[in-house]
Design a protein around this ligand. Structure first.
Ligand code: UD1
Length: 364
């Protein structure tokens, strides 16, 4: 039996790991253990995803919680190091995405000569001011197996001199989860519960430090949303980080902007599916809207997911809040972009990843 430790830490990790764990069940010679670092810890950011995605209760929760980047990373490393003391037979650590937990556990494993596999390897924004870009670069640099979601990620890895034999193009496990749960999400019909019908509202999510940590910038984004809300209803589930910044600013309400707590997976998927468009700074939402064929406006200067622009429904606005209103007007007044979807975003990425892991660890 080859033991592998499958690490999750924060909200966007859960939907990537779920289909991989499912697919690993087909390989009795592999023994996956689920480790939650506890980077995200509360009901809305963590627990609801376990219930809705059918994720097993973690075999271990390191209960790290929030802190500065250095302290959070250091605490994850210490706790994961202690865990590896106990799991002496662990053959491989599987990490997903680009959060602090991803990098911290990859570093601990490689220093102990335990192999690392990274799902979502090779994405690059080329913006080293973004904590996730550092996490991506470090994790890929120390990994023994690299699973790429799209061909552009492979180009990035090759340009960095990575041995092509460790790179596997497997598709996007986050989209496996989306396809698996779309019917259930549609049945729950969250938009109707909120009083919206298809195509009559926009969804906003913002949590990147570059957008929400600067008071003046957040004020200007809010003013842009108020103008947008004069044309279309705006639904804005607010990330905890953003909520604390917004409360500090005391922003003026608008009757057509509805703020809410973060939604669970199924309700958010249902709300995205029927939206006229999304305005976001999330990485995952750029991909999910592409798979759904719903237009996405990304309020960032760059994206590590260019395939959502070249082969999807995403448009990059740049970092200026003043770009929002003209982009929304163009979208509402122009023809809808034709929905397209990148290769291998077909619901089978988890199976491809499990097959490679099985060949690597158990010879079949
Ligand atoms: C983290 C990830 C980011 C990911 C995002 C998704 C890093 C560097 N960033 O950013 O890539 O897109 O998660 O949400 O790993 N909080 C809660 N409840 C929780 C977790 C956090 O209220 O369960 C609050 C904390 O008080 C904290 C704030 O949210 O101050 C930010 O949490 P943190 O994990 O530090 O980073 P995120 O901004 O969520």
């Amino acid at each position: 039996m080859a033991e592998l430790l499958c690490v999750v830490g924060a909200r966007p990790n859960f939907m990537k790991m779920a289909p991989i764990l499912d697919a690993l069940r087909a390989y009795p010679k592999l023994r996956p253990l689920l480790i939650h670092t506890g980077q995200h810890y509360d009901e809305a950011m963590s627990r609801v995803f376990f219930t809705e995605l059918g994720l097993p209760t973690p075999d271990r929760n390191l209960e790290i919680g929030s802190d500065t980047h250095a302290r959070q990373t250091a605490r994850i490393m210490e706790a994961f190091d202690t865990l590896l003391d106990e799991r002496k037979d662990a053959r491989l650590v599987l990490v997903v995405g680009d959060v602090n937990s991803t990098m911290a556990c990859a570093l601990v494993a490689v220093k102990r000569n335990v192999e690392v596999a990274h799902v979502e390897a090779g994405l690059r924004s080329r913006d080293r001011g973004m904590p996730e870009e550092i996490n991506r670069l470090v994790t890929d640099a120390v990994s023994n197996l690299l699973f790429a979601t799209s061909a552009d990620a492979i180009d990035n890895l090759r340009a960095e001199g990575v041995d092509p034999s460790i790179i596997h193009l497997v598709g996007n496990p986050m989209i496996d989860t989306l396809r698996r749960h779309l019917e259930a999400a549609r049945k729950r019909n969250a938009p109707a519960e909120l009083g919206y019908s298809r195509g009559t509202y926009a969804v906003v999510t913002l949590h990147r430090p570059s957008n929400v940590d600067d008071a003046d910038g957040l004020h200007r984004i809010w003013n842009a949303l108020r103008t947008v809300a004069d044309r279309i209803s705006v639904f804005f589930p607010v990330h905890p980080r953003t909520r604390s910044r917004m409360e500090a600013l005391g922003l003026a309400a608008h009757p057509n902007i509805r703020l809410s707590a973060p939604l669970g997976y199924l309700d958010f998927l249902g709300v995205m599916d029927q939206a006229r468009f999304l305005l976001t700074d999330s990485g995952g939402i750029q991909e999910e809207t592409t798979a759904l064929g719903v237009p996405c406006l990304t309020l960032r200067a760059n994206t590590e997911r260019p395939v959502t622009i070249s082969e999807g429904t995403n448009r990059l606005l740049g970092s200026s809040p003043e770009s929002v209103v003209p982009a929304v007007n163009a979208l509402l007044d122009g023809p809808a972009p034709a929905p397209r979807c990148p290769a291998l975003w077909d619901g089978k990425a988890g199976e491809r990843i499990a097959a490679v892991l099985s060949r690597h660890l158990a010879g079949g």
